[in-house]
Each structure stands twice: as structure tokens, then as C-alpha cells.
Design a protein around this ligand. Structure first.
Ligand code: SAM
Length: 356
């Protein structure tokens, strides 16, 4: 079944995280989306041709999206020969375009998705037989070329939805954008350990992330989940926080810690860092002002990963205004904005990447 014969509009599958569920109608309206249908944790929407869900200002609320070129609304459990029919239709439609690989994800991930997960895995297996040269183990998803198109398919109780796009266009290497990375070491101290693991995985969509041995300046490090994750990856960390780090980090190799307010910390003359991480709570504009102040001790080309907390900001307009202020500050401070997204480990906050 073809997705649409209407050339003025394109069908998209978009995910808006649960923490922003209250803003969903406003976010979709900002994209001029019409005819919305809920499919698990995704929305199937029609957008004017040429508009991408992540293209406009409201795109920061969309951590994953897919242009749908093939839609088969059905109940896979009640469709005889579903896998064979679905795989042959996909092969007829997409094999001549040589997708780098084929991914199949589930529309409603989480507990109770076992049957669909198995179906997804079987459908993928059959597709890989029909798309010569497209095999790639799931574990290697993060090593895809971010600009190279793959065939992304999503299945669930609402049917099968598929399209060809690059991981960069979809904003994720995995189908649906939700994939639980192997448990990171840092989570033994705080859940933020998983956030930095995801932020580094995601960074590969935008360039070559800082390699092993990088010296990080970390603002707002306590209790130290992110610190431990960075140390475990072979980085050096200079961490600053008003509060102490978890005692398990005491004496950790590669770690230097200052118990101080960031605003009163000054690096030694000539001291240079390769990357900066800021997860400070409090007012986000004050936190970003500290990032810009400390930019002078970053080497050229250094990466900045900044958690944009939304403390004190409520509706979509306030959140977008906050994001715009940070972007304006970055421009004045000569930091190139690479991306802003909502990671699966984020609460009502965003992760931003910059290069200076
Ligand atoms: C969300 S927690 C950081 C969690 C940490 N990234 C982890 O991985 O465990 C925010 C931290 O920012 C620190 N913080 C906020 N404002 C600060 C300031 N002006 N100076 C120093 N630390 C600050 C707080 O003390 C708090 O520990």
C-alpha cells in the first residue's frame, strides 16, 4: 500500500516525548501538521511538502521522526503471512534504492512489547535476505554513516510504517530513536551517567565525538554519575561542584575535583581543556553564562555538551524563548551550535551540543 498520492503533503511518523505530552497539540500546530493519528508512542501526521518536523523551532521537541513512504495499516497478529507479505512489499518498493541496511522497531516499546519485538526481528531477518548487501548487526547501529540512508520500519498494533532516511534526518541511529544502550558505569552513582552515555552516542550524528584521553571540564558534577562514565571511558575530568562527589570517586585516577561555586572558579593561567560538560541545575541562563565565561580555557574545536534545564519555564513559548536566548548567547560567544535534542534519559530538559 502506498503512503499517499497527495503531493502537497508528506506523511511523517514523529515522536514527542511523554514529558512534553501536555504541549503535543501546540508542537504539532507549530509544524502545520494535520490529520494526526496516534500509533503507540508516535504520531502519524501529514505535513506540507518540504517541511521537516525537526526543521523549525519546535523541532527540539521531536527527538525522532521518519518520512513515511510506505504505510500498511493492519493488525499484524490477524494478518496471515504478515512477514512474507510485508517483506516482499518493502523489497519491491525500496530495494532498487539500495538502503545501507534495514531496521525494524516497535511502535509501542516497553513492557509487553515482546510479541512485536519478535515480529520486528523476524521481519528484519527476512528483509535482510531480500536486500542484498544490507546486513548490519544491531550492535553496530552507532557506526552507520550518519548521512547514509537506511530503510527504517516501525510495526505495532496499528500496522507497518516505513521510509528511507539517514540517521541524521531521523535524529537517531536506531529505529524509533529509542534504544537502551548497554548500562553505563555512571548509573551506579546517578542516573545522569546514562545521560552522558546517550549524549556521546548521539554526538556521532553531528561529527567525531571527543576521543579517548580527552580532558573534560565538568560544571555541576555532583554526585558524579557523568564523571564516573567519562573516567571509565578513559577521559580525564576536572570537576567542579558546590557539593561533594560520591565517596566512590575518591582517589579516582584522572580526576581532579574542586568543591566550589562555579562562578568563583578560575582555571590556572594557560590551562586548556578539550571538552566541557555542564549539567548544573538552577537558572539555565546563569549556567550558560558560566559556560561562555570558561570558553576561554577551551582549545579550538572543543566540544561543549550542555543540559538546558527548563527551571521556571512552563509553556511552549517560554521554552522556545529560553532556547533562543541560549542560541543567541552562543552566537555572541562564538560557539557553533551543532544540535539540540531531548534524550531518552532527559526529564523536562534538552541536551545541546556546541563546538568552539
Ligand atoms: C543535576 S546535578 C548534576 C548531576 C551530575 N551531572 C551527575 O552526573 O551526577 C546539578 C549539580 O549542579 C550543581 N550546581 C548548580 N549550580 C552550581 C554552581 N553555581 N556552582 C557549583 N555547582 C553548582 C549542584 O550542586 C548539583 O550538584
Amino acid at each position: 500500500m502506498s503512503a499517499s498520492c497527495d503531493i502537497t503533503h508528506v506523511l511523517w511518523l514523529v515522536r514527542i516525548p511523554e514529558v512534553f505530552a501536555d504541549l503535543r497539540p501546540e508542537i504539532l500546530a507549530a509544524m502545520a501538521a494535520s490529520s494526526r493519528k496516534e500509533l503507540g508512542v508516535y504520531s502519524l501526521v501529514r505535513l506540507p511538502a518540504g517541511v521537516s518536523p525537526r526543521g523549525g523551532a519546535a523541532g527540539i521537541f521531536v527527538p525522532w521522526c521518519l518520512p513515511v513512504e510506505h504505510a500498511w495499516p493492519c493488525d499484524p497478529g490477524k494478518t496471515e503471512g504478515f512477514i512474507e507479505k510485508a517483506a516482499s512489499a518493502l523489497a519491491r518498493k525500496f530495494s532498487a534504492r539500495h538502503p545501507r541496511t534495514v531496521w525494524v522497531g516497535v511502535l509501542q516499546p516497553g513492557p509487553g512489547d515482546g510479541w512485536f519485538k519478535r515480529l520486528a526481528s523476524n521481519l528484519r531477518g527476512r528483509c535482510l535476505q531480500l536486500f542484498p548487501g544490507s546486513a548490519m548487526p544491531l550492535a553496530e547501529a552507532g557506526s552507520q554513516q550518519p548521512g547514509e540512508a537506511a530503510l527504517f520500519c516501525m510495526i505495532g498494533a496499528g500496522g507497518l510504517y516505513a521510509g528511507m532516511a539517514s540517521p541524521r534526518e531521523c535524529n537517531g541511529f536506531y529505529p524509533g530513536g529509542i534504544h537502551h544502550l548497554p548500562k553505563s558505569a555512571g548509573t551506579s552513582i546517578s542516573r545522569a551517567g546514562a545521560k552522558i552515555a546517550e549524549a556521546l552516542h548521539h554526538a556521532a550524528l553531528h561529527g567525531k565525538p571527543p576521543g579517548k584521553g580527552t580532558h573534560w571540564l565538568e560544571l555541576g558534577a555532583s554526585p558524579g554519575g557523568m564523571t564516573l562514565e567519562l573516567l571509565n571511558r578513559g577521559h580525564h575530568v576536572t570537576a567542579i561542584d558546590r557539593a561533594l562527589l560520591d565517596p566512590r570517586l575518591e582517589g579516582a585516577v584522572g580526576l581532579e575535583f574542586y568543591q566550589k561555586d562555579v562562578s568563583s572558579w578560575h582555571p590556572a593561567r594557560g590551562r586548556k581543556f578539550d571538552a566541557l560538560l555542564c549539567d548544573m541545575n538552577g537558572d539555565p541562563l546563569d549556567a550558560f553564562a558560566q559556560v561562555l565565561r570558561l570558553k576561554t580555557c577551551l582549545r579550538d574545536g572543543a566540544w561543549i555538551i550542555f543540559t538546558l534545564k527548563t527551571t521556571g519555564r512552563e509553556g511552549m513559548d517560554e521554552l522556545l524563548a529560553l532556547h533562543r536566548k541560549v542560541l543567541a548567547g552562543a552566537e555572541t560567544g562564538r560557539c557553533d551550535h551543532m544540535a539540540t535534542t531531548h534524550l531518552s534519559g532527559n526529564r523536562r530538559e534538552f541536551t545541546m551540543w556546541f563546538r568552539c
